[in-house]
Design a protein around this ligand. Structure first.
Ligand code: ARG
Ligand code: GLU
Length: 716
């Protein structure tokens, strides 16, 4: 070994030792045998990589689906019965709920197939085959090509790969870039669009702990719902129809009631959405300390005002609940992400890694030394635009008056001669009226005043339009006064909107230009589209271009390390072990919770911690049947599997390939795993399958559904 190699190896060891590689990674199923099987077995796995993914025989992949647009589900019976999370089925469950038959509130179990509820816009997708098509995708593409030309060539190549792919009539093909556009994989898929709701627990159980417990351990949520896939008589995909029959899968998960103990092997197999694990340190620093705080700060404001008003009034609660929940989910996650990045010194660790990387760049690779400095420069240039970008995105989604402006801008752009003019106009008018509802307009006014104040203080002043500054000064440097003025716009009343929508197109343009509210927000829009967005895009394009090279260079610099590609909503295997977590000094998180903990949190009539009487009754009687363990009923557990949004509903699988739980969340302390997985704090949260089955069987009285599953209860 020459001296350079020794130094590089030593540096490499320095950067990577002490970190168990076992848990990090969302691996492409195709390469498990080559890259991961040995390690998986060393962590306790008893099955083989072929048992997980194979094209020659049935394997676990045949029981895993992309559920709807962004969750995962798994088949658990020979008759196409499917598990996913309650929060993944939520919109479907809510859509079937009425005041008279509120299945969201009360839960629901179809007593027979005819009671299963059809969902017109729900589908699930199986992956039948994965192929590496990198060579064909990059045919004729060179590094020296200008970016546009390169993209065009790749697009043509992908189209031709798709066209020539050998697939059956009922299959579809998707090709996605991996490793920052350095590799391409083709997925041959089967999409079933007759997916019926079979059952769900009451929302008090399925969403137990609601927003307070979201992203939090210890957790006690029964986050599951049950569906069934239907197919035509030949078991092929078919539109919803009474003639369809239950789908017969190539594989379904057997279920184990043996549960888990610390250090047991776990596999989560599903569709993680987005991660960014290979960024330079500066990007982590900006996310943690600059970009997240702006987004969090703006949501703090809206959530606080909405929350106070929701608590004071049930009608308001209903009106805002969806919006609140979705804004709060990312808001909480971003806070955990910043906290985790700082707590684990992620930026410094990345810098060490960058040093080790740079040290490998000798000889012919010397030229690559410019990559990181160039990336740093681009990120520095990007930051002010990034902050302005985020702030405007938050402002325009959290404030109804801003939304109204954007809706009305569409009206201004319409063409009276267009055949769809009348229907689009009607749609816009309806949307506009919703945004100025008398019930919410005063809440929105408060949100506006506080958001404007935050915006004014936090975005780089060069991106503050003159008109915004002017409004502020004209109103005695008081955003409440600005709000008072702007919300007196005639467009904030039903009559004003009716009037506007009765005008000719020419007069609409004038009315909008003259309006104080619309022109206020359009001054922000104008600055955004003229000064922020174009520059933001230029920086981002350069970053993407450099990241592609940096990604490739990282993989070449550390050939010993197995790299996994960032999540991109394709099927991935994440493996790890059940593990507690040292949360703070003196606080260790035990990896399993029990029904006792559910009961500890119970508050009768509470909006987050109420429980169905049946749960309390069975708890009192300690009636856990075969689902209990040492007189207790397991509820949730945590492990080191590397997961992200999209992995909701994914099967948690034990060493023997049996289903032991459903993934549904992460610990917020470790949500930085999207940017930099750290085994010391990153944990995924799963609902224990024994709680799921107890809720179906004992609480829901749907034991007949368990008869079609394969449940093993051989105690160790
Ligand atoms: N945090 C989980 C996810 O990112 C669950 C969200 C739904 N649950 C909730 N209480 N809001 O999707
Ligand atoms: N709840 C998330 C989802 O809907 C999973 C949690 C996470 O981000 O890991 O996919």
């Amino acid at each position: 070994m020459n001296i350079k190699k020794i130094i590089v190896t030593a540096l490499f060891a320095l950067v990577f030792t002490g970190v168990s590689w076992g848990a990090e990674g969302m691996w492409i199923p195709l390469f498990l045998k080559k890259l991961n099987e040995t390690e998986m077995k060393s962590l306790g796995m008893k099955i083989s990589a072929e048992d997980i993914y194979s094209v020659n025989k049935s394997s676990l992949k045949d029981a895993v689906v992309l559920f709807g647009g962004g969750c995962t589900g798994e088949v658990v019976s020979p008759n196409g019965l499917l598990f996913t999370n309650h929060h993944c089925g939520y919109s479907v469950i809510a859509a079937h709920s009425t005041i008279e038959d509120n299945i969201l509130q009360n839960g629901f179990w179809a007593k027979n197939r005819s009671e299963e509820k059809i969902n017109p816009s729900l589908s699930v997708t199986f992956i039948k085959r994965i192929e590496d098509v990198t060579k064909d995708a990059l045919k004729g593409v060179t590094d020296k090509m200008p970016i546009n030309e390169r993209n065009k060539k790749i697009k043509e190549n992908l189209a031709s790969i798709k066209k020539n792919a050998k697939v059956e009539a009922w299959q579809n093909v998707e090709i996605k870039p991996f490793f920052k556009d350095n590799q391409y994989f083709m997925f041959v898929r089967e999409t079933y669009s007759d997916v019926r709701l079979v059952g769900c627990p009451p929302v008090s159980v399925g969403k137990y702990g609601s927003e307070t417990d979201n992203w939090v351990w210890p957790r006690h949520t029964g986050d599951f719902s049950v569906f069934r896939i239907y197919a035509d008589k030949n078991n092929r995909p078919a539109a919803p129809s009474a003639d369809n029959v239950p789908y017969r899968p190539d594989h379904f998960f057997p279920i184990s009631l043996n549960g888990v103990k610390e250090n047991d092997f776990t596999l989560v197999f599903g569709f993680p959405g987005t991660t960014n694990e290979y960024l330079p340190a500066i990007a982590l620093e900006q996310t943690a300390n600059h970009r997240n705080p702006v987004k969090v700060g703006m949501r703090d404001i809206a959530l606080k005002i909405w929350g106070e008003n929701m608590n004071a009034n049930d009608t308001i609660k209903l009106l805002y609940s969806n919006r609140y929940v979705s804004a709060a989910n990312a808001w909480k996650k971003w806070q955990g992400e910043s906290l985790g990045l700082n707590k684990t010194n992620a930026v410094n660790k990345k810098k060490e890694y960058e040093k080790a990387f740079t040290a490998t760049l000798t000889g012919k690779k010397e030229a690559l030394k410019e990559l990181l400095p160039k990336l740093y420069t681009q990120y520095k240039t990007l930051l002010p635009y990034g902050i302005a970008y985020d702030a405007m995105a938050e402002f325009s989604s959290l404030c109804d008056a801003y939304k109204l402006t954007n809706v009305l801008n569409n009206y201004e752009r319409m063409d009276e001669k267009d055949s769809l003019y009348a229907s689009v106009k009607e749609f816009l008018k309806k949307s506009a009226l919703k945004l100025i509802s008398a019930k919410t307009v005063n809440i929105d006014k408060k949100v506006f005043a506080s958001l404007s104040d935050f915006y004014y203080k936090n975005i780089p002043s060069e991106f503050l339009p003159q008109q915004v500054k002017q409004n502020y000064q004209n109103n005695g440097n008081n955003w409440n006064a600005v709000a008072q003025t702007l919300y007196s716009s005639p467009l904030m009343t039903e009559k004003g909107i009716e009037d506007l929508f009765s005008k000719s197109q020419k007069d609409v343009v004038k009315a909008l230009n003259d309006d104080i509210m619309v022109s206020f927000f359009n001054s922000i829009n104008k600055t955004f589209y003229q000064e922020v967005l174009p520059n933001y895009k230029v920086c981002n394009d350069s970053i993407n271009f450099l990241m592609k090279k940096y990604m490739k260079a990282q993989m070449e610099a550390f050939p010993q390390k197995a790299f996994f590609p960032d999540a991109n909503l394709t099927l991935r295997a994440s493996y790890g072990q059940v593990k507690g977590m040292q949360a703070r000094d003196g606080i260790y998180y035990i990896p399993q919770t029990y029904l006792d903990g559910v009961i500890e949190k119970y508050i009768p009539g509470d909006k987050e911690y109420d429980l169905p009487a049946k749960v309390l009754e069975l708890y009192k009687a300690k009636d856990y049947g075969r689902y209990g363990e040492n007189g207790k009923l397991p509820v949730c557990f945590i492990a080191t599997n590397h997961t992200t949004g999209g992995n909701s509903g994914s099967p948690a699988i034990n060493a023997n390939g049996e289903l032991i739980g459903l993934n549904f969340d992460r610990l917020w302390e470790g949500t930085m795993s999207d940017l930099n997985y750290d085994p010391s704090i990153c944990r995924n949260i799963m609902v224990d399958i024994r709680y799921v089955l107890w809720l179906m069987d004992k609480v829901g009285g749907a034991g007949y559904l368990l008869d079609e599953m394969k449940i093993s209860e051989s105690k160790k």
